[in-house]
Design a protein around this ligand. Sequence first.
Ligand code: CP
Length: 310
Amino acid sequence: MRRRYESTMKNLLSVSDLPDSDLPGVVARALEFATGKREPSLDGRIVGTYFRKTSTRTRTAFTAGALRLSAQVIAYGPEDLQLATGETAEDTALVLSGMVDVLVARTAGSTEELHAFAAQGRMPVINAMSAAEHPTQALTDLSTMHEHFGRIEDLRVLYVGEGNNTATALALALSRYPGVRLELRTPPGYGLPADYLARASANARRSGAEVSERHDMDDLPPGFDVVYTTRWQTTGTSKPDPDWRTVFAPFQVSAKLWETSPAATFMHDLPAHRGEEVTADVLDGPVSIAFRQAEHKMFSAMAALEWCLA
Ligand code: CP
């Protein structure tokens, strides 16, 4: 569909939409919000949220974040818009763009659908999680790491689990920071999509980071700063292989990983299933910052809204 309005509108459909010149500033702004800073910077703005799939953190983060910045919010659930009766994404967004200043959308569907929402060209669209990527989760992860370690550069991060939308966004984001070493250990058949791994590797070559992926848990190097996992059943997806749990079982994060990385911090995008992707003693223990990470969802949402609407 041709763009209806010519503008310098800033969509956040992928973490790659944030140029190198803006990414550190957005993370820094999230960190300001993490210290309690509040401004009426979105006074008079209206934020639309359209969540077709379940969400606890992201939906609340964007709603509460918008309200804390003095914006007002219109919330649409899965059945509220005429999308549910067959109106196109293009027509829907074109209409909304005359009334709403930014649309935060979780479809858990294809990125093409989000591009269809963005085709109108005057209302920025924020991807609150598509099948391919979860960019605002990556912003959350960056600000959480920065708060905890005082930097992102040079961190050694072990990602264990499915190469899902959180993993793709994390890889695209971390690979832009010099000295970062991101090691992905994903179950066979459930790795990062090849195009995302290629894009993250290209970022890493440019920035001086390292990204690697293996499909086993053997020969793990020591000394990771972060161990990160996500739940095995990614929101909005299902696994056709009835034996998928057997394939995932060796990728459970347990205290054993801390034998070789005793100083590692544990991160999880949540929701978690204790006893599946992570044992309860790790998730609820002193190494875990997963629930502080969840609070960063709102700080990064506030920064993302400001970036799109600035
Ligand atoms: N991490 C995350 O996106 O959580 P929700 O699915 O609850 O929004």
